[in-house]
Design a protein around this ligand. Structure first.
Ligand code: HEM
Length: 147
């Protein structure tokens, strides 16, 4: 059962429950990650010896954090607008809206999800470029211990 299920299907509430819990968890973990990032020492920025690629990397990292926050924020705005907390968790018995397309937050949630997929692919491509082409052992810095 997934989010493509029509809203009149009784199983849709279960799909939404799982999705909202997972989305909320992602929000908490992302906020925690941003907090830890600023409160602990970070290794020096890595350079590719290409000023343009270095700028792209910095922008992608910023956008990845920002767009996950927008994703979760628009999900919560959509959920509140459609009274999902009462329906999905409160057992109000009220039906789901016919669909979510009438809610502006749904459009934001959908567009940002596509942008995030593109950014994640770009991020993976960047990591592979460092690891395989530049061979600068960038992945090693992601582990615990001295960096
Ligand atoms: C950052 C975490 C999240 C991610 C990655 C995410 C991802 C998605 C994706 C990919 C879709 C389908 C988009 C499409 O097909 O156009 C969607 C739909 C939806 N999401 Fe999220 N979501 C997140 C957080 C949340 C949160 C926190 C809530 C609510 C508390 C939420 C509520 C919804 C709802 C109500 C839909 C619409 C389902 C439908 O149209 O039938 N999402 N989400």
């Amino acid at each position: 059962m997934h989010l493509k299920t029509p809203n009149i299907d009784p199983e849709k509430i279960n799909a939404l429950r799982g999705h909202m819990i997972a989305g909320g968890l992602i929000l908490i973990l992302t906020l925690l990650r941003i907090f830890v990032r600023f409160k602990t020492a970070s290794p020096n920025p890595v350079t590719t010896s290409n000023a343009f690629l270095d700028k792209v990397a910095a922008l992608v990292h910023l956008l990845l954090n920002l767009l996950v926050l927008v994703m979760a924020g628009s999900g919560i705005a959509l959920a509140l607008g459609a009274e999902l907390p009462d329906i999905v968790f409160g057992g109000s018995g009220q039906p789901l809206p016919m669909n979510f397309q009438d809610f502006p937050a749904r459009a934001v949630h959908g567009i940002v999800s596509k942008l995030l997929i593109a950014l994640i692919l770009l991020h993976i491509a960047g990591a592979i470029y460092h690891q395989v082409i530049l061979k600068d052992k960038l992945m090693k810095r992601m582990w615990f211990g001295k960096r």
